[in-house]
Ligand binder design. Structure first.
Ligand SMILES: Cc1cc2nc3c(=O)[nH]c(=O)nc-3n(C[C@H](O)[C@H](O)[C@H](O)COP(=O)(O)O)c2cc1C
Length: 340
């Protein structure tokens, strides 16, 4: 059924299709159709001290403002990550800013953290009825210099703290100038250290220790991976998401839209994302959770990430190409793998 719907959606530009699909999903949820077709799938796992109904999640960026949590939850995701959200609302980059590379099951986006701001998101997440795990992904405004970036993350963390099951620190979008430099040792220790110190205070105040997770790029050298792993351990982070989109075009050379600026996602990022995932599994103790993201387009891809050491998986682009069935496909493949 989704392949028909996809044909229709792909007749419009990707950003319009995105809005239409999400509104359609909300409508379907409103009349109970998504729940009937998909339902909730129980395959519980405890990760970062949180009980996930199942290990398959919607990656950040699909629902930037927390407008569609219940609709997304109704198609069977064990967790939904909303955002990236910034302290102040911002429009993002000029359109067009999302491109489909259909032959490759891929997309390039340069949205640039278009979002309605953290206060709006907090109001939205308070209305949710979704019973799964909610991650809130936070970033900095485009005009905040890296020297002050920690203040933006701090403000977002404070505002979402009591509403999130876990909080993701996004320092890996390629579409905010200089953001990825926050992954470098010069900034990272200070950023993660300040967030952890403030988290301790918030945990005391609210009697709730919310797990902190850092999201990294697939475009990392070995020494950067080592340095990030050290900073994660030293600053008591609970998990890491590997990975965001890639700036490399090696796997899509010559394809239509391949030279558009932005982050490449979907099938072509899988190999790199998996290499980075495996490298972090080797560099981090088991107690630090890994969320495997990047290039999942079928159940096999999800099971592979678990085999490489992921505790949970997420996807975005695969959902655009495969639709809601991808959730069950991933869960079946993960279950089959764990019972062999
Ligand atoms: C259109 C689009 C927007 C995205 N926006 C965000 C975002 O706001 N924050 C973020 O952390 N990741 C964002 N991502 C990255 C995804 O969450 C994911 O890490 C990446 O696309 C790799 O997974 P995939 O191959 O399953 O899409 C976005 C991806 C796409 C395609």
């Amino acid at each position: 059924m989704y392949s028909l719907l996809r044909k229709a959606l792909f007749l419009t530009d990707p950003e319009t299709a995105h809005g239409l699909a999400l509104e359609g999903l909300r409508l379907g949820h409103g009349i109970g159709a998504t729940g009937l077709l998909c339902g909730s799938i129980s395959q519980p796992v405890t990760v970062m001290g949180l009980e996930f109904p199942n290990p398959v999640g919607m990656a950040a960026g699909m629902d930037k403002n927390g407008d569609y949590i219940d609709a997304l939850g109704s198609i069977g995701f064990g967790f939904v990550e909303v955002g990236t959200v910034t302290p102040r609302p911002q429009p993002g980059n000029p359109k067009p800013r999302i491109f489909r590379l259909e032959k490759a099951n891929a997309m390039i986006n340069r949205l640039g953290f278009n979002n309605k701001g953290v206060d709006y998101l907090v109001r939205q997440v308070q209305k949710r009825t979704f019973g799964g795990i909610l991650g809130i992904n936070i970033g900095k405004n485009f005009d905040t210099p890296n020297e002050d970036a920690a203040n933006d993350y701090m403000e977002c963390m404070e505002k979402v703290y009591t509403h999130a099951d876990y909080i993701t620190i996004n320092i890996s979008s390629p579409n905010t100038t200089g953001l990825r430099d926050l992954q470098n040792a010069k900034h990272l220790g200070n950023l993660l250290g300040r967030l952890n110190a403030r988290r301790r205070e918030l945990a005391d105040e609210y009697h709730k220790r919310v797990p902190l997770v850092v999201k990294v790029a697939p475009d990392l050298e070995d020494d950067q991976i080592t340095a990030i792993a050290e900073a994660v351990i030293q600053n008591e982070f609970d998990g890491l998401i590997a990975t965001n989109t890639t700036i490399s075009r090696d796997t899509v050379k010559g394809m239509r839209h391949a030279e558009e600026q932005g982050g490449l996602s979907g099938a072509p990022v899988k190999e790199k994302a998996n290499q980075v995932l495996a490298a972090f599994r080797a560099a981090l103790p088991d107690a630090i959770a890994l969320i495997g993201t990047g290039g999942i387009t079928d159940g096999k891809d999800a099971a592979e990430k678990i085999r490489l050491g992921a505790d949970l998986v997420q996807f975005y682009t695969g959902f655009v190409y495969k639709g809601p069935d991808l959730v069950t496909d991933c869960l079946k493949a993960i279950q089959a793998q764990s019972s062999t």
